[in-house]
Design a protein around this ligand. Sequence first.
Ligand SMILES: [Zn+2]
Length: 131
Amino acid sequence: MFLGGRMRHDEREKRVMNCEEFEVTGLGIERDATASAAEQAAAREHASTCSRCAALRDSWRLAKLELSSLGEATRAAETPERVEMRLRQEFRTRHRSVPARRAAVIAAWALATAVKCSSTGFTSSSCTTGV
Ligand SMILES: [Zn+2]
């Protein structure tokens, strides 16, 4: 039985994992500290009997290895200056636009208040409270 995508922790019964379960839990189970010994054994056994999942596991391992070596190879790489300049420019544009929008809202509110006050008369109490 599976509970929440994981095999139940019942060490007495031998578990059989199917392809779908292997894809969900079996691929990274070797390094999963939360996986039980029964789960790891079921994943190993499934991969030993299913060529499709064994190929998937090997492909997964190769991809992880290549990503790791790519990470090592590009560790010292720096961002090209023009890309960094463009990112900084975009950041400044986005963070400058918020105060500008806020100023526009305040100006619109002040204009609406002025129009309301001029139409109702400046001595009205609504003009002195600003509402
Ligand atoms: Zn399989």
